[in-house]
Design a protein around this ligand. Structure first.
Ligand SMILES: Cc1ncc(COP(=O)(O)O)c(C=O)c1O
Length: 364
């Protein structure tokens, strides 16, 4: 089976891990600080605050911005549930805006319509590794004086008009879950140029402690370990090469999809660097599940990102959500992610495109 995602761990990660394990520091310590500095430099921001996951990064970012009970956070329903849930954690209400059908990212024009007096943050997601339309989103943010938190969980190294994601909004959150473009096992990080927000995030991440055993605010244990940071340091050095390979793999598959009209390759906006966390096609004619089954039977792993809009999850239905975002619903029924990860071999890629051609003859 060619898996749809696969972390690439090499001797460098093992060597870094060995050093940490022998150092005596295995909780948050000097490696986390080193990783934060290296990641901030990579993204081109002043501060990075490492956390235990992408989800806790989002939770911490909203708390640092002071988002709380009764507030609203504008976001996309076409994402992993954590994107909406982080608003719920702080007592706020996620307000969902439909996507642009070409990029699958939040439609900026819908954001403006959704702004109310209660809106305290805008949370765009750079879905599949393609940056959201950040120029328009930042314009809206500035016009209405509402901060932007980028959910960059899937977009390490992606760029919007030559600007690194993670350096555009007021804050940004990355995930280092093993399927992501780089991993620390579990882990996350917040990036920002705002010293005050960074300091607040550091305090919230560690029990609200400004000094040892002095708790000024309600915080959490959302710390990253030095073990995770050691893996991250080795992975960060490889990130550009991983992304180069992902882009090359994506271009190869797209080239071979040219003759297959029912399987639409991903659209890449002209002004972005898309880093292909996922290579997600649209399958027309109600044939998505048939294609998925065919590929799986032939030994090609696939994923559906995401089959259910966040507002349609049982959790949200029980909270009274009755939204209907037509482009999101259409996408949820039509998308299929194919393997694009950097460990694919030439043979794997050949097998993927041949099997897609066979599927096209058989199914469409
Ligand atoms: C868009 C998005 N946001 C948030 C998260 C949460 O990250 P984590 O799994 O590290 O908590 C993920 C990852 O799964 C994600 O894909």
């Amino acid at each position: 089976m060619i898996p749809v995602a696969k972390p690439l761990i090499g001797e460098e990660e093992i060597a870094e891990l060995e050093k940490v394990l022998k150092s005596g520091f295995i909780a948050q310590g000097p490696k986390v600080a080193e990783f934060e500095e290296a990641f901030a430099n990579y993204v081109g921001v002043e501060h990075a605050v490492a956390t235990s996951s992408g989800t806790t990064a989002l939770h911490t970012a909203l708390l640092a911005l002071g988002v709380g009970k009764g507030d609203e956070v504008i976001t996309t329903p076409f994402s992993f549930a954590a994107t909406g849930n982080c608003a719920l954690y702080v007592g706020a209400r996620p307000v969902f805006v439909d996507i642009d059908p070409q990029t699958f990212n939040i439609d900026p024009e819908g954001i403006e319509d959704a702004i109310t007096e209660k809106t305290k943050a805008i949370l765009p997601v750079h879905l599949y590794g393609q940056p959201a339309q950040m120029d328009r989103i930042m314009e809206i943010s500035q016009e209405h004086d509402i901060p932007v938190v980028e959910d960059a969980a899937q977009a390490h190294g992606a760029k919007f008009q030559d600007q690194m994601v993670g350096s555009i909004g007021d804050m940004a959150c990355f995930s280092f879950y093993p399927t992501k473009n780089m991993t620390t096992s579990e882990g996350g990080i917040i990036t920002t140029n705002n010293s005050e927000l960074a300091e607040k995030a550091r305090i919230i991440r560690a029990h609200g402690e400004e000094e040892r055993y002095q708790h000024s605010v309600l915080g959490y244990n959302f710390r990253m370990t030095d073990i995770a940071a050691a893996i991250g340091l080795a992975q960060l050095k490889k990130l550009d090469e991983f992304n180069r390979k992902r882009i090359e793999n994506a271009e190869y598959i797209t080239e071979h999809l040219k003759g297959i009209s029912s399987i639409e390759p991903p659209y890449v906006s002209p002004n972005v660097k898309h880093v292909f966390h996922q290579y997600t096609v649209r399958v027309r004619d109600g044939k998505r599940n048939d294609l998925m089954n065919f590929l799986n039977q032939e030994g090609i792993g696939t994923g559906i990102h995401y089959p259910i809009p966040i507002y349609k999850q049982e959790l949200y239905q029980n909270l009274g959500y009755t939204d209907h975002c037509s482009e999101t619903e259409k996408a949820a029924a039509e998308v299929l992610s194919l393997p694009v990860h950097p460990s694919l071999t030439v043979e794997d890629l050949g097998k993927i495109v041949i099997t897609l051609e066979q599927a096209s003859d058989k199914l469409f």
